[in-house]
Design a protein around this ligand. Structure first.
Ligand code: DHK
Length: 179
């Protein structure tokens, strides 16, 4: 008989094509694994090229693979996305409500500017973990204040791309405690 098809053909967070591993997760019965959205803001698509002395040499595809591996070990499904648009990021956050169990987000440049993103994250009523590759507190003063932190249970910064795996680990613990 095989695995029954999902109730509809849309991805968990509609809008962008599913990556192969996400499609594989989606093919599982919906209740099997908690879904964590891993969202990335502007310029994160430039990882590997942009200021490698700050952000390192890993590309966003590398980060996605890292997250997929971490998630598999933790029993989580992930939907990994990046956008340069504030509105698109906010739409994805809104779509998490009722669909995802939690959100890991690197809001990048919108961290310090977007009250709308903070409001959207608060409206989801989901656990949110904020990630920054660099230690924003050792950098320019304008990077020190985060609106997103007001909506986050925790923040990981300065630990490189490994911060994403740590965030997923923390998210798995939070979801287990809430279960
Ligand atoms: C990434 C960015 O693009 C910056 O705007 C933030 C963050 C820092 C990071 O460290 O991942 O200030």
């Amino acid at each position: 008989m095989g695995i029954p098809p999902p109730p509809d053909k849309k991805p968990p967070l509609p809008g962008h094509a599913l990556k192969p591993y996400a499609a594989a997760c989606y093919a599982l019965p919906m209740s099997t694994l908690p879904l964590v959205a891993v969202l990335n803001g502007p310029n994160m698509n430039m990882l590997g090229l942009r200021q490698p002395h700050l952000y390192g040499n890993a590309t966003l595809d590398d980060v996605e693979a890292l997250c997929a591996e971490a998630a598999e070990g933790l029993g989580l499904a992930i939907d990994f996305r990046q956008t340069n648009g504030e509105g698109e990021l906010i739409t994805w956050v809104q779509q998490c409500r009722g669909r995802a169990a939690g959100i890991v987000i690197n809001p990048a440049g919108y961290t310090t500017t977007s009250i709308a993103l903070m409001d959207a994250l608060l409206a989801t009523e989901l656990p949110v973990i904020e990630v920054h590759i660099t230690n924003i507190h050792r950098r320019e003063e304008f990077r020190h204040h985060s609106f997103v932190s007001k909506a986050a249970v925790g923040v990981i910064c300065g630990l490189g791309v490994g911060g994403y795996s740590l965030a997923l680990q923390a998210m798995a613990d939070i979801l287990e405690q809430r279960a």
